[in-house]
Design a protein around this ligand. Structure first.
Ligand SMILES: C[S@@+](CC[C@H](N)C(=O)[O-])C[C@H]1O[C@@H](n2cnc3c(N)ncnc32)[C@H](O)[C@@H]1O
Length: 272
């Protein structure tokens, strides 16, 4: 994580937050309180899962799912019939993953090892055919954290193994650093999503509000989630990976590549 101060919220978000006053309970999107909102934001994106599963299917050996969270990618990877190690720093999310494994059909849990660790600093006894870092989770690390991660990934790959990671690029003309979107999650709840791209320092701050802020009673609390995330273009990641002894074999665009957010899946291997 970065130690810099968070950039300011988008003006629309700051305005709405001021209007809500004491009714707003602000949490980090990745905190236990933000988990339900996070699930609603990420849960609808199935193309990343499909592309990752397709790539992993072709790679022999066990799979390491880094920053696995509550297992959005871990469960489909297990469904391939492979041994999967799911590693995350959040005990809360790993507890959710264990619950999901316990409820899953087909004895997936028997092939899953759950590890509580930091992806910048882990040492496992095993080597992997595929190491997956999805959901643009690499953006949560600062440059020193990413360098440490690359070293750990290299040390844990089998000779022909692949590092599969996703990133979200931002594209907007100067002057359009702020944006607002509406979305409805798989739970059926609707939200207002505000974003401010602090272009110069390569980060964006997001704020997610319930779409409906009028409530029955003035005293009713509303959960508002904010977080600051790095913005890491694929070119930047490719040059970092190259500097750390990887070769990028492919870049797979995920979804619409004409909008503000452009998701890219990168496939890297240790350079010969
Ligand atoms: C964007 S979520 C992705 C979770 C999961 N892969 C998914 O698709 O839903 C980011 C995850 O990174 C984890 N995380 C953040 N920093 C970490 C670190 N240094 N080491 C391991 N996990 C970390 C968080 O706990 C969270 O589960």
């Amino acid at each position: 994580m970065t130690s810099l101060d968070a950039p300011a919220l988008a003006r629309g978000a700051a305005h709405l937050l001021a209007e809500l006053g004491n009714r707003a309970e602000v949490h980090d999107l990745y905190s236990p309180e933000g988990a339900a909102v996070y699930h609603d934001m990420a849960g609808g994106d199935t193309q990343e899962v499909r592309e990752l599963v397709t790539l992993v299917r072709a790679l022999p050996g066990p799979v390491l799912d880094l920053a696995a969270g509550s297992g959005r990618l871990t469960l489909p990877l297990l469904a391939l019939g492979r041994e999967v190690t799911a590693l995350d720093l959040s005990e809360t999310l790993l507890a959710l993953l264990k619950e999901r494994l316990a409820q899953s059909r087909g004895r997936l849990a028997e092939r899953c090892t759950v590890v509580h660790a930091d992806m910048r600093d882990f040492a496992l006894d095993e080597r992997f055919g595929a190491i997956v870092l999805g959901t643009s989770s690499i953006s949560l690390l600062d440059p020193a954290g990413r360098a440490a991660l690359y070293r750990r990934v290299r040390a844990h790959l089998l000779p022909q193994g692949r590092f599969l990671l996703t990133t979200v690029e931002l594209h907007a003309p100067p002057g359009q650093e702020e944006a607002e979107f509406a979305f409805t999650g798989p739970s059926g709840r609707s939200y207002r999503f505000f974003e401010r791209w602090a272009r110069a320092d390569g980060r964006r701050v997001v704020a997610v509000f319930p779409a409906e802020t009028a409530t029955e009673t003035e005293a009713e609390q509303l959960t508002v989630c904010t977080t600051t995330i790095g913005v890491l273009p694929a070119d930047l990641l490719e040059s970092e990976l190259t500097a750390h002894g990887f070769a990028v074999r492919s870049r797979i665009p995920l979804g619409d590549q004409s909008g503000r957010h452009r998701d890219v899946l990168m496939e890297a291997e240790v350079a010969a």
